[in-house]
Design a protein. Sequence first.
Length: 150
Amino acid sequence: MDKSKSYSTIELWAKLFQAPTVNSYLSENDSFINQITFSEYITKLCESKGEKAEKIIKRSNIDTSFGHRLFSGKRNPSRDTVLQLAFGFGMSVDETQQLLKISRHTPLHPKVKRDAVIAFFLNDHKPLEELQIALYDNKLPILGGKKHEQ
């Protein structure tokens, strides 16, 4: 298999179902299956943006020690924490969907009210603080917090 080639998800599904055994598929497609870890991804993202983890953590409104454990791979993030980091990185909706995928969390969905609000604020590159106010005003759980009491 050509390791430099990239395959779409549809092509990988086809390869899986055409493989004689699951083990042959796994061994032949190992480089496409094994994803980068979340901590590796966010560390490389910091490097590519010329950012320090501390600044991303602060802009994400995440506890400093917990944030460093995320970057070191000692902790795994919740979906809300991933979304907070997306705001800290100043990500687009597409970049956030990729971040959610790498963290193995469900993507944002426009039919889910809370997700729609979050995506709207990501798309408009609004700050996390404004998102939190909009979530609270709409009686939706803020990122990293509890559901608004009615």
